[in-house]
Design a protein around this ligand. Structure first.
Ligand SMILES: NC(=O)c1ccc[n+]([C@@H]2O[C@H](COP(=O)([O-])OP(=O)(O)OC[C@H]3O[C@@H](n4cnc5c(N)ncnc54)[C@H](OP(=O)(O)O)[C@@H]3O)[C@@H](O)[C@H]2O)c1
Length: 295
């Protein structure tokens, strides 16, 4: 059987750096990494050219505006997350072959909900980032219902972390503060709120899990998967493990922030684990050790 052509957008990004090698390990895939250099996804002519040249069987759409920040405007999120997705979908509609479009979305679309939240829960986006991700999901849903050759998959991730993550995310910011404290022999650090929690997921495990999902056939037009480490941890627990790993003894002062008021939400990952029962995420300590080694 000939291999499936998998086009991956956002190839130069944090997740892309792990997803590309994970997919390339699989002999069933021929991988086409697409960074901004290959195609500016905001420009429909460039999108047309790249899609028509590759004629992909699967598009894994990682590109977008990934930072959650009140400082980024709704317009920028709309352009970065909704328009790029729609440009790809519009061009894929013209291909005369079965296509799978996989959108990487986020836990943020659920908003503030309690309990363990399944894929069937109603979205409740509370921030410009979440709203743009929700609209991107809707675009995929609409296309997959209107075009019988297009199957849509939405994968909602929780906070990813790992070596090489840029600043602006919980773990990378903590790591950078700890590094500065160590280098400058500072006695203390200040952090954002420590009571917020996340299902911190190593990006290398997410990459392997995505590779599994892409290998599985999807018979329905549209599916949603939550994908995250099932174990939730507070930022305090993350910090404690980081301090153990680094052997640093520091005073910590925590300040409230309006930067990202999302306190956390626990996603059920049962749907994914039913398809991949033996899949396991590595322990948080192992990820933090690798982050510290690379920082
Ligand atoms: N990281 C997480 O914790 C997390 C959690 C939940 C969901 N997600 C979602 O997962 C996806 C990947 O996240 P990430 O952390 O890998 O993000 P990232 O490191 O910020 O990477 C984003 C990628 O998108 C590319 N891109 C942006 N605008 C583009 C355009 N107009 N044309 C072509 N490429 C463009 C960027 O290229 P340049 O480098 O050239 O700008 C970069 O390669 C995002 O959709 C994000 O929302 C991430």
């Amino acid at each position: 059987m000939s291999s499936l052509k998998v086009m991956v957008t956002g190839a130069t990004g944090f997740l892309g750096s792990s997803v590309i090698p994970a997919l390339q390990k699989n002999s069933g895939f021929t991988v086409y990494p697409i960074g901004r250099k290959e195609c500016d996804l905001s420009l429909p002519q460039q999108v047309r050219q790249v899609i028509q040249t590759i004629q992909p069987d699967i598009v894994l759409h990682l590109a977008g505006l990934s930072k959650v920040s009140a400082a980024i405007s709704l317009e920028d999120y709309f352009l970065g997350n909704v328009c790029l997705t729609q440009n790809l979908l519009t061009e894929l509609q013209s291909l005369v072959k079965p296509i799978r479009f996989v959108l990487i979305s986020s836990v943020h679309i659920y908003g503030h909900q309690t309990g363990v939240v399944e894929e069937t829960a109603l979205p409740h986006p509370q921030s410009a980032y979440a709203f743009s991700k929700f609209l991107a999901e809707e675009a995929v849903k609409k296309s997959s219902k209107s075009f019988s050759h297009l199957r849509g998959t939405v994968v909602r991730l929780s906070s990813c972390l790992g070596p090489g993550q840029p600043k602006g995310f919980v773990a990378s910011d903590l790591s950078s503060k700890l590094k500065t404290a160590k280098t400058k022999s500072l006695p203390s650090i200040s952090t954002g709120p420590l009571n917020a929690f996340r299902q911190f997921s190593d990006q290398r495990d997410i990459a392997e899990a995505l590779s599994i999902l892409l290998r599985l056939d999807q018979s329905t037009p549209f599916e949603i998967f939550n994908l995250a480490n099932p174990e939730k941890k507070s930022v305090q627990e993350l910090l404690n493990t980081f301090l153990e790993v680094t052997h640093l003894k520091l005073a910590v002062s925590s300040e409230a922030t309006t930067h990202n008021p999302f306190n956390g939400l626990e996603m059920s990952t049962a749907k994914f684990h039913q398809l991949a029962p033996s899949f396991r995420f590595r322990p948080l300590r192992e990820t933090l050790q690798d982050i510290w080694k690379c920082s």
